[in-house]
Design a protein around this ligand. Structure first.
Ligand code: NI
Length: 172
């Protein structure tokens, strides 16, 4: 396994619509394992392939608490098939928008269809933090960040700060 560099905003690649994967092969499985390792080290609870520069419809998620055993999920070509009308609000963060957080409202429950690492069709129904996290990661596959769900004013503040931080980093 390997730790992969995570792309941070602002970066055009984060706006890309990722391509379907289709069949899961050894290279896809390796990328998913690398994504998980990268996510755990960060640490984070979700990561999409585009965040490590691979524009493919792959996400990994693990919302297990600190005192719970790990429960990694590897979702290939995930598609949301149902969303609840009731909504939930969580303070979201993102490894591509380091150190910035905002409250985002999303459907509280959802179902997602995907391909598992053994090329079997699978379905997951989620609520709570897992539902929010899976929706956040699937958004990445369509070039959407959590800041795209908040006011233009708040989004502008966060993106300007990130741009400034990036510039300072390059200069330093
Ligand atoms: Ni994210």
């Amino acid at each position: 396994m390997a730790i992969l560099p995570v792309i941070t905003a602002p970066d055009r690649r984060l706006k890309v619509v990722s391509a379907s994967v289709g069949a899961v092969d050894a290279a896809v499985r390796r990328l998913l394992d690398d994504m998980l390792e990268t996510m755990y080290l960060a640490p984070g609870i979700g990561l999409a392939a585009i965040q490590v520069g691979a524009p493919r419809r792959l996400i990994v998620v693990d919302v297990a608490g600190q005192n719970e055993p790990p429960s990694p999920l590897r979702l290939v070509d995930p598609v949301v098939t149902w969303r609840s009308e009731d909504v939930a609000t969580y303070e979201e963060g993102c490894l591509s928008l380091p150190e910035h957080y905002a409250e985002v409202e999303r459907p509280a429950r959802m179902r997602v269809r995907y391909t598992d690492v053994d090329n079997r069709a699978a379905e997951l129904e989620a609520d709570g933090l897992l539902a929010t996290c899976v929706q956040h990661e699937i958004d990445h596959l369509d070039g959407t960040l959590f800041v795209d769900h908040i006011s233009a004013l708040k989004r502008g503040i966060i993106l300007r700060k990130l741009a400034k931080a990036k510039k300072a980093q390059l200069a330093g």
